[in-house]
Design a protein around this ligand. Structure first.
Ligand code: ATP
Length: 274
């Protein structure tokens, strides 16, 4: 991977949009003290995902935004874009890719790769796969040459790993380990949820059995009540038939008298008292 171009706008002393082309060979930036040479290297580290304002010589991340001068007002945002070129043999598809980081005062940073919004992690992985990144020992800041010479073996190991091109694998392993830990946590939560659900299912099974027993008993009670009503009805019907028969018999007994009453009214004499 090669860095072809760096564009800055509102970043530190680069208030106006500025472009730095990095051509094949050696590119140097020459200028007097305090003209902003170190700011350029910091811009490269910042766009690669640097998260520590201290290592960018600031107190907070908003300090990378142009803070204004006696004659110019401060800016509300800073943006740095880096144009990368991948050659055959490099990780990922070949061709150009543009990575942009933008910060707005009080709102934090946002990243884009080829116009797509991405996470900071995606950007650091892209550079880690190319064996570089914001913390690459290949980016030597002002006054840091000595620290490389006197580096501890573990720090020197980072340098060697980067040269061997395996720092991307390390980043991915860390990522995979984090995902594994998150999955393990999810699995143990799932096991807890499963045991809760099993308890609840057992309780529901007990309730279902009780409900089924209640339904069967209700059916039996309804059938018994129906039989009782039927028996009462049969009893009442028999009583009614008996009463009717009794009434008819009684009526039959009165018949001779009625025959006597059935004489025409003009001949009727005074009716006898019942
Ligand atoms: P030296 O050779 O002394 O290290 P340099 O050329 O590397 O200098 P830098 O240290 O990159 O210069 O730039 C420092 C300049 O950037 C200073 O003039 C400082 O005022 C300016 N600067 C840094 N941060 C901001 C900011 N947020 N807003 C405005 N100017 C800034």
């Amino acid at each position: 991977m090669r860095i072809r171009r760096l564009k800055l706008s509102g970043f530190k002393s680069f208030v106006e949009p500025s472009e730095l082309r990095i051509e094949p060979g050696l590119t140097g930036v020459v200028g007097p003290n305090g003209c902003g040479k170190s700011n350029l290297l910091e811009a490269i580290r910042w766009v690669m995902g640097e998260g520590s304002p201290k290592s960018l010589r600031g107190g907070g991340m908003d300090d990378v935004i142009f803070a204004g001068t006696a004659t110019r007002p401060p800016r509300d945002f800073a943006e740095v874009s880096i144009l990368l070129e991948r050659q055959p043999g490099d990780e990922g598809p070949t061709g150009e890719s543009e990575v942009v980081r933008r910060i707005e005062r009080g709102s934090g940073s946002a990243y884009r790769i080829d116009g797509r919004d991405v996470r900071a992690k995606d950007v650091s992985l892209l550079f880690a796969d190319a064996a570089t990144g914001a913390h690459s020992p290949a980016l030597v800041s002002q006054g840091k040459v000595g620290s490389i010479i006197s580096a501890k073996p573990t720090e020197r190991r980072l340098l060697l790993e980067e040269a061997a091109g395996i720092s991307g694998l390390h980043a991915r392993r860390k990522d995979a380990e984090q995902k594994l830990r998150a999955t393990e946590t999810n699995l143990s939560r799932l096991a807890e949820l499963l045991s809760d659900q099993e308890q609840r299912a057992a309780q529901l099974r007990r309730q279902a059995r009780a409900a089924e027993r209640y339904r069967q008993l209700s059916d039996k009670i309804r059938a018994a009540e129906a039989r009782l009503v039927h028996a009462r009805w049969v009893e009442a019907d028999l009583a009614a038939t008996a009463a009717l028969k009794e009434a008819k018999d009684a009526e039959g007994k009165w018949h001779p008298c009625r025959a006597q009453w059935q004489t025409p009214s003009r001949h009727r004499t005074k009716q006898p008292h019942r």
